[in-house]
Write a protein that binds this ligand. Structure first.
Ligand code: GAR
Length: 210
């Protein structure tokens, strides 16, 4: 099994989806470490319940982003991590950290990239009047919310949607898309060609749900 480290900052529902997937003996990855930059993140309780070691590194106690990232990197390497998953990790990563996990770090973002990079994606999707919205799991490159796309899941935007209703509809799909993407990476079924990831999966990594 591939050894996975998950970086979190909050609720950790995507961490939970990954933990649940890893509970299946046939899943090709196991979570060996959870790193949080927020001491009281609920994600830490989820890790504890699953019996997965975790560490909190407060970014406020480091002089620079590079120092914080170096500490995180040391924990990940000590745990023998081979793949890093960002799951609601709300800090920018330094170029050096991203480079050192090149092709081995994935992120989930709550929009159909390249639309709506950054924050408040659901409110911005409603504001833009798009009829399809969703989530993206992608390999992490130095640019924010960029990098080869592994899996996307699409949902409809409904006429009377609120931000919360739309967020919940997307989140349900995040919990399917992220385990699928991790499985594909762990099984070596993603080949990167420039900015394009060739994905060996039914539908080429596209999940389209009613
Ligand atoms: C998720 O919706 C994730 O896609 C998003 O934060 C939420 C974390 O929820 N990530 C980002 O916005 C990254 N820029 P979770 O803690 O319950 O997984």
């Amino acid at each position: 099994k591939k050894r996975v480290g998950v970086l979190v900052s909050g609720r950790g529902s995507n961490l939970q989806a990954l933990l649940d997937a890893c509970a299946d003996p046939a899943f090709p990855a196991e979570i060996v470490l959870v790193v949080s930059n927020v001491a009281n993140a609920y994600a830490l309780e989820r890790a504890a319940t699953a019996g997965v070691p975790s560490v909190t590194l407060s970014h406020k106690s480091f002089a620079s982003r590079e120092d914080f990232d170096a500490a995180m990197d040391a924990h990940l390497r000590q745990a023998g991590v081979e793949i890093v998953c960002l799951a609601g990790f709300m800090r920018l990563l330094s170029a050096g950290f991203v480079q050192s996990w090149d092709q081995r770090m994935i992120n989930i973002h709550p929009s159909l990239l390249p639309s709506f990079k950054g924050l408040h994606t659901h409110a911005r999707a409603l504001e833009a009047g798009v009829k399809l919205h969703g989530c993206t799991v992608h390999l992490v490159t130095p640019d924010l919310d960029d990098g080869p796309i592994i899996v996307q899941a699409a949902v409809p935007v409904l006429a009377d949607d609120t931000e919360d209703a739309l967020a919940a509809r997307v989140l349900e799909q995040e919990h399917k898309a992220y385990p699928l993407a991790l499985r594909l990476i762990a099984e070596g079924r993603v080949a990167v060609d420039g900015n394009r990831a060739k994905v060996e999966a039914p539908g080429f990594g596209a999940l389209v749900n009613p």
